[in-house]
Design a protein around this ligand. Structure first.
Ligand code: AMP
Length: 218
């Protein structure tokens, strides 16, 4: 069996992180831990966290570090994250989150941080056509001629337009990415833990680059 891995996938929203994380998680047989999916589940369940997070997410903002760190700390304590590893999608998004993640994962260090590099103009175009399965998180690209309701091929769930994929929220998220998340590239590069992957090609080609980078790092 392929050995597991502890991975982080960074990149602008719309760079294809979600799709690539699903593939990497199947390939390396490790759980895909998406903080965005965790927050969306809380929104669906109508919890206090969900109500607070919905407003922040719809505006394209970032949920507070303390809340996000608490969520990830708890998730990484589960049995499935202690064994073969995991792939983190959407976390860390700030330098503070990255610093605390190093403490949380001190006993089982992250093997590699992958930065999926896609220019801002391209992600803007991709995000406006993005649709996502509400249940399993599989991403799709809308062509405008889909039969509705759109049913996910993977799990049979509903394929939706995300509430936070409005033009204003997208611009705000991309600005926040440059201010808060892009510094993580330097943070991990200076520790020689980063592989920058060109995310512009086909999903298959990008996946091959990602998997090769993980194999080369182990
Ligand atoms: P994503 O599915 O990763 O694009 O995340 C959707 C939204 O959830 C983001 O735009 C943020 O509002 C929120 N979010 C997810 N992960 C984090 C995080 N690590 N820190 C702060 N906010 C987050």
């Amino acid at each position: 069996m392929i050995p597991g891995a502890r991975l982080i996938l960074l990149g602008r929203q719309g760079a294809g992180k979600g799709t690539q994380c699903v593939r990497l998680s199947r390939h390396f047989v490790v759980p895909h831990i998406s903080t965005g999916d965790m927050l969306r589940a809380a929104v669906r369940e109508g919890t206090d966290l969900g109500r607070m997070a919905k407003k922040v997410m719809d505006d394209g903002g970032l949920v507070g570090d303390d809340i996000m760190i608490g969520l990830v700390r708890e998730r990484l304590s589960h049995h499935d994250a202690k064994g073969r590893g995991y792939i983190l999608d959407g976390f860390p998004r700030t330098v503070l989150q990255a610093q605390v993640l190093d403490e949380i994962s001190a006993e089982q260090r992250i093997d590699l941080v992958l930065d999926l590099d896609v220019p801002r103009e391209l992600v803007l175009a991709r995000l406006s056509a993005r649709r996502v399965c509400r249940d399993c998180g599989t991403n799709y690209v809308a062509s405008g001629v889909e039969k509705l309701p759109w049913i996910c091929e993977v799990c049979g769930g509903d394929v939706m337009h995300r509430d936070d994929d409005t033009p204003e929220a997208i611009e705000h998220r991309l600005d926040l990415y440059e201010q808060q998340t892009a510094p993580l590239i330097e943070f991990y590069q200076s520790q020689s833990r980063l592989a920058v992957i060109d995310g512009v090609g086909s999903p298959e080609a990008v996946f091959r680059l990602l998997a090769a980078a993980v194999d080369a790092a182990r």
